[in-house]
Design a protein around this ligand. Sequence first.
Ligand code: 13P
Ligand code: SF4
Length: 309
Amino acid sequence: MLATRTLADEILDLKRERRAILLAHHYQESEVQELADCIGDSLELARKAREFTGDVIAFCGVWFMAETAKVLNPERIVVVPDREAGCSLVDACTADQLRAYRKQHPDHVIVSYINTSVEVKAESDILCTSRNAVQVVNSIPPDKTILFLPDRNLGNYVKQQSGRENMKIWQGTCIVHATFAARRVAAAREEHPEARIAAHPECPEEVLAMADFVGSTSAIIDYCVKAGAPEYIVMTESGVSHSLRKLAPGKNFYFVPNEQCNCSECPYMKRNTLEKLRDCLRDLEPRVELAEDVARRALLPLERMLAVR
Ligand code: 13P
Ligand code: SF4
């Protein structure tokens, strides 16, 4: 009797046929992460996309991340399982708003978080991710006023870490991290007094103040794997539990639900499914297509960021 081909088998066959790489963010469903060639945070995935040599990138993350991969690979096909996999931070700042700001403040250096549209990137001087934001800000001459956008919490955290006074901060937020409430973290800490707290810098200031460690998604995973404590309260999207369970099977991880959905899941990231991944590899749609001049202008701030160590 013939064994039934699973969805995973179909995806792996299509991946070979298409000479594709599957890149997955840590917030993807476990079954998607299982099939990925590389799982990472936004900086690691951008670096991976730059090294790629095949024909197709299937980006299992959100749309702005796939746009970034396309900017770095203009001649390759970049597909995303679901076109509606957006991000509340992308929606918080439009290119028109940024152009208007630039007109009023032509001397300000614009530092944009990677969670922005490609059009906003094209208007920016340098990009950053949650992993390198402090280093990026520190790389800018101290006499220059900075506009940091669009994440308010990351901006405040970077300002505090860098001691940079001349820094304006846009007021966008992530619907997942910004709605983690300090009182819920305090309750979790009471319940698990031995646990260390690790938080993503998109969390509110009061939550970051309670954290033993603040860092990007991959940095949080690294910390939880390497630190000595047996228990962790993890203040980020719960998709990280996939790597945490694998890399630190003997430890306990607790996720505190936010006020937005009473969960810790990103609704945009979770739009991608195995079925949609199969379909996008088969149909090569939804595909990222960028206006040539926008992609070219977005490349410069992206390259500047990648050059910062
Ligand atoms: P990372 O840079 O940690 O991957 O974060 C991206 C993101 O969207 C966090 O919400
Ligand atoms: Fe955007 Fe927040 Fe989702 Fe990250 S977790 S993709 S910042 S909405």
